[in-house]
Design a protein around this ligand. Structure first.
Ligand code: SF4
Ligand code: SF4
Length: 421
């Protein structure tokens, strides 16, 4: 029941809790064969977003505005990375009053979150890489609210040696700033330990992905998005343990041939603007249309885990360079001038995961994802890969029109599959 003297902050929290629980209940109840071990993740999101539970009271919280800030360095300096990309419509509306209405919903929601200050784990400092224009400007807006923000210069080309050097310098500068802030020194052993810890978490994600290559798929794509979104803020050791349990259950499922999809459900690779909890609108519509997401090329999931830091010599200098190179090379965000890597990656995923088609989501207002659709669509056409391009935002009212297009696309993929037999 609504409290008559509810404060604006309480009201925002109540609306966010409603958004969160709506999605979590759908995941728990509406899909067939729910996984027992997913309950850890459902509860985690419920605790944080419905009950405002703090997870890191005893630690320094290092807010990051994008995937491009190296978590290895944060852990090595005894901080906890909290990625602040936001998927709440409630926050999007707050941000919409502060930024142009036509701005990217992810950026509006992130700014709205800072404006409201409703954090279960309030960041002590925020590092903002100058990736896309909107994220870059958002950092300055957030700073004007009184938060401590540090910009990390990011290059807009990645092929040249100059951009590689530029980014290496930026990463070193970031480490220096964080080291000063934390009053701690980056050492060979603390950095080696954190590279190995994150590498181990990545290896678990790779095992999870292998299950999705099978003909009988044991896990929904939307559950995988939840698992990877949890990595934004969870205690890393808890996340690792929950992943190990999930992998055990998936192993059993494979033995018992439990399929979360239908017999001819189209297999989908998802690309584009990232699904951030609880805005899983498009993944949900896809999987409610009797399709299954088997892989993705997004910065809220695959891109966080796919590429490992490759170290030749475990000295501080080499480790720092390897971290920088990994973050630049692995980035397939359309912020770059050219982005052939992204196209290659999507085609590679389609082949490796035996996908029937690709769904490309661009957030309305995200110029770079909107602009890059043309080159991606042309490349898919050349390869004979069906692709559906969708523009979406965080509003709950868009569902009907999107589901009609998604259902029609899935039906065409099913027909294509039947005709191939
Ligand atoms: S879409 Fe690009 S700029 Fe935005 S959070 Fe992801 S990697 Fe960063
Ligand atoms: S979706 Fe586009 S505008 Fe939004 S953060 Fe990503 S690149 Fe920037």
């Amino acid at each position: 029941m609504t409290n008559a003297i509810e404060t604006p902050k309480e009201k925002q929290n109540r609306h966010k809790a409603m958004e969160a629980i709506k999605l979590l209940n759908t995941l728990r109840e509406d899909f067939k064969s729910p996984l027992r071990s997913m309950e850890y993740f459902y509860k985690l999101f419920e605790d944080v977003h419905c009950h405002q539970k703090a997870l890191h009271e005893d630690k320094t919280k290092i807010g990051t505005m994008c995937i491009q800030i190296p978590s290895e360095i944060i852990y090595a300096l005894d901080g906890v990375p909290i990625r602040l990309c936001n998927g709440f419509y409630t926050d999007d509306e707050i941000g919409g009053d502060l930024l142009p209405q036509k701005a990217c919903p992810l950026v509006k929601a992130t700014v709205g979150h800072f404006a409201s200050g409703n954090f279960s784990d309030m960041p002590d400092i925020v590092f903002s890489p100058t990736t896309c224009d909107q994220k870059t400007k958002a950092g300055a807006v957030i700073e004007s609210f009184g938060y401590k923000i540090f910009d990390v210069d990011f290059p807009r080309t990645k092929e040249s040696e100059a951009s590689r050097e530029y980014w290496r310098r930026s990463v070193k500068q970031f480490a220096v700033e964080l080291s000063k802030f934390q009053g701690k020194k980056l050492t060979r052993s603390n950095l080696e330990n954190s590279i190995k810890k994150i590498g181990y978490a990545q290896s678990l994600y790779h095992k999870l992905s292998d299950f999705r290559k099978l003909d009988v798929v044991p896990i929904l794509g939307i559950d995988v998005f939840l698992v990877t979104n949890a990595f934004f803020f969870d205690k890393i050791d808890n996340w690792i343990e929950a992943m190990q349990n999930l992998l055990k259950e998936l192993e059993q499922r494979v033995q018992n041939k439990i399929n979360v999809a239908g017999k001819i459900s189209p297999r989908i690779v998802y690309t584009g603007s990232p699904p951030i909890f609880p805005n899983f609108k498009i993944p949900q519509l896809i999987e409610e249309s009797d399709a299954i997401i088997v892989a993705d090329e997004t910065c809220s999931s695959n891109r966080m885990f796919n590429d490992m830091v490759a170290v030749d010599e475990w000295n501080l200098y080499d480790m720092m360079d390897s971290i920088s190179d990994k973050y630049l090379k692995a980035c397939t965000c359309p912020i770059f001038t050219k982005n052939e890597d992204r196209i290659r990656r999507v085609i590679q995923l389609v082949k490796a995961y035996k996908a029937d088609g690709v769904v490309y989501q661009a957030f309305a207002g995200c110029t770079v994802y909107e602009m890059e659709q043309r080159s991606v669509l042309e490349a898919m056409e050349k390869e004979g890969i069906p692709i559906l391009y969708l523009e979406s935002d965080y509003s709950p009212s868009q569902g009907g029109q999107l589901s009609t297009r998604i259902e029609a696309f899935m039906e065409s993929l099913k027909t294509r599959r039947r005709n191939k037999k």
